[in-house]
Design a protein around this ligand. Structure first.
Ligand code: NAD
Ligand code: MN
Length: 363
């Protein structure tokens, strides 16, 4: 069969370390799909050199030639830089990648004995909420001091797409669990979708989100009748997630809440360096580690490649190569379970390359 054409966009900082690591693992899959990798530019460093953070050729190549992509991380400055805006946010929009899928699961390991046990999948709506970046600042005539506003967009269209992804993934996860012996499963209940919102305060925006996601199940009782549905206010979601993360299966949230919850969930499994994501649309998928460019460790060769390797697995999974994705996840889990070859973020002393070699050994 024709090779999969995959765009590689390492972008900034440790993105340049972890994307080549993930590429090596993909290339080492035996009997796996063939790949045709194309290297593409984007990022803040590229912006500093050229004045653009996302060249048109990157967008066009992804759109017209690739089935999927792997993105590293960008170093977006916290202050406003004239002419700069985050390429990852723009790519999600250009490619209509409407759901950000973020699995967070614990792996039993002697290296982290007191770890909580969890296996959740966070679905973050990826196109709207406060991230539409409709912000303005003015001077408040009453006080003479500055005041800033942001618009928050919640549409029935986007909420329905994210909600549908959540219910479908709940069913898919159930099918994958059924391939495992019960004692090896963390989640032993009926599939469940938890809808995160704050509609007790924001009844118009979060209210629309809540009603729309609920309707996905209510309008499709034949398809989703086997999936439990519950709701959690975002603040108590954070509380419960830290107290009893084993209580969650699929969690679906508007963009900002989903961003925050998933970084928080990463703390429960040892490091941001192990948590992957996929930006998923109907015609394209882009794997992307949840972490950023980690300027504090960039260039030292000690960044954890596991988030990027798992993101490459998610890419394969969403392109229909699930069995190869499972092999990659198993190899990574074996390295974590062994616990002797870990990068410093997980308390180890190993390098990025040593972790990659260990993963390849288990493949
Ligand atoms: P970060 O994720 O880059 O780093 C947070 C902490 O986690 C740091 O101590 C870092 O060393 C550690 N860490 C992250 N990934 C790691 C890995 N793979 N291995 C080992 N340790 C790892 O978040 P930050 O410090 O808040 O942001 C740094 C830059 O990254 C900022 O410019 C921010 O805008 C950007 N960022 C980009 C994305 C993205 O590209 N999607 C996401 C978040 C942050
Ligand atoms: Mn984030």
């Amino acid at each position: 069969s024709a090779p999969l054409k995959i765009g590689l966009i390492p972008a900034d900082g440790i993105g340049r370390e972890v994307i080549p690591a993930a590429q090596r693992v993909l290339e080492s899959l035996s009997n796996g799909p063939r790949f045709d990798f194309v290297h593409l530019d984007a990022g803040f460093e590229y912006f500093q050199k050229t004045g653009t953070a996302l060249p048109q050729v990157t967008i066009d190549t992804l759109k017209n030639e690739c089935q999927g992509a792997l993105f590293g991380a960008v170093s977006s400055p916290s202050h406003k830089v004239a002419g700069y805006s985050s390429p990852i946010v723009a790519l999600r929009k250009h490619l209509d990648l409407y759901a950000n899928v973020r699995p967070v699961a614990s792996v039993a390991s002697p290296a982290f004995p007191n770890q909580k046990v969890l296996d959740m999948l966070i679905i973050r709506e990826n196109t709207e909420c406060l991230y539409i970046k409709s912000e303005r600042q003015e001077v408040d005539p009453a006080t003479g001091l500055k005041v800033a506003y942001a618009d928050r967009k919640i549409s029935e269209y986007a909420s329905k797409r994210a909600g549908t992804m959540a219910f479908n993934m709940a069913l898919t996860r159930q099918q994958l669990r059924e391939q495992k012996p019960l004692e090896n499963r963390i989640w032993k209940h009926k599939p469940r979708v938890t809808i995160v919102h704050k509609s007790n305060v924001m009844s118009v925006t979060d209210g629309l989100w809540r009603e729309t996601v609920r309707a996905v199940k209510e309008d499709n009782p034949e398809k989703y009748g086997g999936v439990d549905m519950e709701e959690q206010l975002v603040d108590s979601m954070v509380y419960r997630m830290f107290r009893e993360p084993e209580a969650f299966d699929v969690v679906v949230a508007p963009n900002l809440y989903g961003d925050i919850i998933s970084d928080g969930a990463a703390a429960l499994v040892g490091s941001l360096g192990v948590v992957p994501s996929a930006n998923v649309g109907d015609n394209f998928v882009m794997g992307e580690p949840v972490h950023g460019s980690a300027p504090d460790i960039a260039g030292k060769g000690i960044s954890n490649p596991i988030a990027a390797i798992r993101s490459a697995g998610l890419l394969l999974e969403h392109l229909g190569h699930t069995q190869h994705a499972l092999k990659m996840y198993d190899a990574v889990d074996a390295v974590l379970a062994d616990g002797s070859i870990l990068t410093p973020d997980l308390g180890g002393k190993s390098t990025t390359n040593e972790v990659v070699e260990a993963v390849l050994k288990h493949l």
